[in-house]
Design a protein around this ligand. Structure first.
Ligand code: ADP
Ligand code: MG
Length: 237
């Protein structure tokens, strides 16, 4: 495992990448939310991640779980709406899984704890047209890729992003049963969910950050003697 400073740098780089991406996608997220909500999701998220960037930039010698906890707390206080407590509260509470730093194992624990909290707070099942539809397949795919398929974390994360993307597409043809969009009933059909979409953007940036920061780590994990028997070596695409 990389030392605390390297890990903190990776987390801060992830914050920067996510904040930049959300700013770039602000208008698009707001467009999605204007079709089935109140047209504030882009602005909510952008305001939140700007504040997150400012807060975490000062955390020179904190460990990663404290940085991640601050990310969550800042989102709770800045984002508002339905998505603020869902994103922020869940990140904050899942940050405890990273107290020993980020490893393949603790990253799975983080992902699972995060999903569990989102579900607990929002009470949305898969198929209700929310961020849960993107998050659930992503987290399940990540866990399975690491624990059963023995893939290196970077490959597992790439698969999770693919699963997340399919989850986002799945939100379009279905009817909203939770959140503001549910007020529209059948008129929500045919529109992609904003929160599922922002979840995908965040995951894509986590992957991009991991690609930049994790090369050494992946090689260590790839040396595992427990190569899956029938699977060829993970493809490069
Ligand atoms: P608001 O709906 O309060 O305006 P946002 O526009 O910021 O908040 O966020 C809307 C997104 O929040 C939705 O697209 C959906 O993905 C997510 N969401 C809303 N309610 C729930 C819920 N109960 N469970 C999970 N996600 C939800
Ligand atoms: Mg909204």
């Amino acid at each position: 495992m990389a030392d605390t400073e390297t890990q903190r740098e990776a987390v801060l780089a992830a914050v920067d990448n996510v904040a930049r991406r959300i700013a770039e996608e602000k208008t698009y997220l707001t467009e999605l939310d204007s079709a089935i909500g109140d047209a504030d999701h882009g602005a909510n998220m952008d305001r939140g991640f700007r504040a997150v960037k400012e807060k975490t930039a000062e955390m020179d010698d904190a460990d990663v779980s404290d940085v991640v906890k601050t990310v969550g707390m800042t989102i709770i206080s800045e984002v508002g709406g339905a998505s603020g407590p869902l994103y922020g509260g869940s990140i904050m509470s899942a940050s405890a899984t990273l107290s020993e730093g980020i490893t393949a194992e603790t990253s799975v624990a983080f992902a699972e704890a995060y999903l569990e909290k989102v579900r607990e707070r929002g009470k949305a099942e898969v198929g209700a047209k929310t961020m849960v539809d993107a998050l659930t397949p992503a987290v399940h795919t990540y866990k399975k890729s690491i624990e059963q398929d023995d893939l290196p974390p970077l490959s597992a994360l790439a698969k999770a992003v693919d699963a997340c993307e399919r989850g986002v597409r799945f939100t379009t043809p279905i009817k909203a049963r939770k959140g503001r969009a549910s007020y529209l009933d059948w008129r929500s059909v045919g529109h992609q969910d904003p929160g599922a979409t922002s979840t995908l953007f965040i995951m894509e940036e986590l992957l991009a950050t991991a690609e930049e920061h994790l090369e050494g780590e992946v090689e260590v994990d790839a040396e595992s003697p427990e190569e899956p028997e029938e699977e060829p070596t993970p493809e490069d695409d």
